[in-house]
Design a protein around this ligand. Structure first.
Ligand SMILES: CC(=O)N[C@H](C=O)[C@@H](O)[C@H](O)[C@H](O)CO
Ligand SMILES: CC(=O)C(=O)O
Length: 304
């Protein structure tokens, strides 16, 4: 692996724009990327949970990644999520990510036939990471979606022995004890990318230096404020801003969570992302109206 820079700051988990027929709408990514650059994102995490990765075809995932690399145009990093239940598909995506100029790759655990041990998880990831051996590889830990709940610190230590480009983990879990343990390994050898936006301050307290989140897409000022306040030790401000993020997260939960509710918010702020792919149900007009009202009640649209 080449020398690489550790990830820092806020990385938006990108939504996948879709058109009225449910097809991927690549041209929207240009405008979307401009917004990400303007919002101070240091990167985007493409085709993860928020990007509906496992609902897409391999070809769609490749096209989306290529478009992001092109539209980012060096303004921020592009991290490719290459996880899949099919090992070969995942290896193909990893190789493609490297060839397309992505800055890093990440993969979630396979979730139909699940690895039962850390050893099995490592055996599955090793050929994937090797398919992009010049890029840092992150294990995307998210037990709530994958149903795979293996000890991450043990994975990092053991995994490093056969995955030389293992850089760390994207940690989407609220087991902060475990997160702290991962951060402390070998004096901070591994990067831990904080996952749950609504508890970002806690990850930062433990020493995380970067976060990957779906709500950063449309609430960047709040999270930039949290990062800044935490850097200067201003806990009161950080806490206040975190409560602001929680207000918004409560609303997206009401509308089906970060992917469904978040995509609808993108449409409301002028990035035309369309509907999610089935089985995630499309938004009705009434729902848009009610979402907008809920957001207006908390002054979401007022310029900060
Ligand atoms: C499952 C999921 O989408 N997790 C995201 C990233 O880790 C988060 O950004 C959440 O969407 C966010 O924290 C709201 O719960
Ligand atoms: C949020 C996140 O990390 C994802 O959508 O994959």
């Amino acid at each position: 692996m080449k020398n690489y820079q550790r990830l820092k700051g806020l990385i938006a988990a990108s939504f996948t724009p879709m058109d009225a027929e449910g097809k991927v709408n690549l041209p929207v990514i240009g405008k979307y990327a401009d917004l990400m650059a303007k919002s101070g994102m240091t990167g985007v995490f493409v085709c993860g949970t928020t990007g509906e990765s496992l609902s897409l075809t391999v070809e769609e995932r490749k096209n989306i990644l290529e478009q992001w690399v092109k539209s980012a145009d060096g303004r921020f990093k592009v991290i490719a999520h290459v996880g899949s239940d099919s090992l070969f598909e995942s290896m193909d995506l990893a190789k493609h990510a490297y060839e397309s100029g992505a800055d890093a790759i990440a993969a979630m655990a396979p979730c139909f036939f699940k690895p039962a041990t850390v050893k099995e998880l490592i055996a599955f990831f090793a050929p994937i990471a090797k398919s992009a051996e010049e890029l840092p590889f992150y294990y995307y830990n998210m037990p709530s979606m994958t149903g795979v709940s293996l000890p991450v610190a043990e994975f990092l230590v053991e995994g490093k022995k056969s995955i030389p480009n293992l850089a760390g983990t994207k940690f989407t879990h609220n087991n902060l004890m475990e997160m702290g343990e991962c951060l402390a390994l070998n004096n901070g050898e591994f990067e831990v990318l904080h996952g749950y936006d609504e508890i970002l301050i806690s990850g930062l307290v433990f020493g995380a230096e970067a976060g990957v989140g779906s709500t950063y897409n449309y609430l960047s000022d709040v999270y930039l404020g949290i990062m800044k306040a935490m850097e200067s030790g201003d806990l009161e401000t950080a806490r206040k801003l975190q409560m602001r993020s929680i207000e918004v997260v409560k609303i997206i939960i009401k509308y089906g969570g970060g992917v469904r509710g978040g995509k609808a918010i993108m449409n409301l702020i002028g990035i035309d992302c369309g509907s999610c792919r089935l089985p995630i149900a499309p938004f009705s007009d009434e729902e848009y109206k009610s979402l907008k009202e809920d957001l207006m009640k908390i002054n979401f649209f007022d310029k900060k």
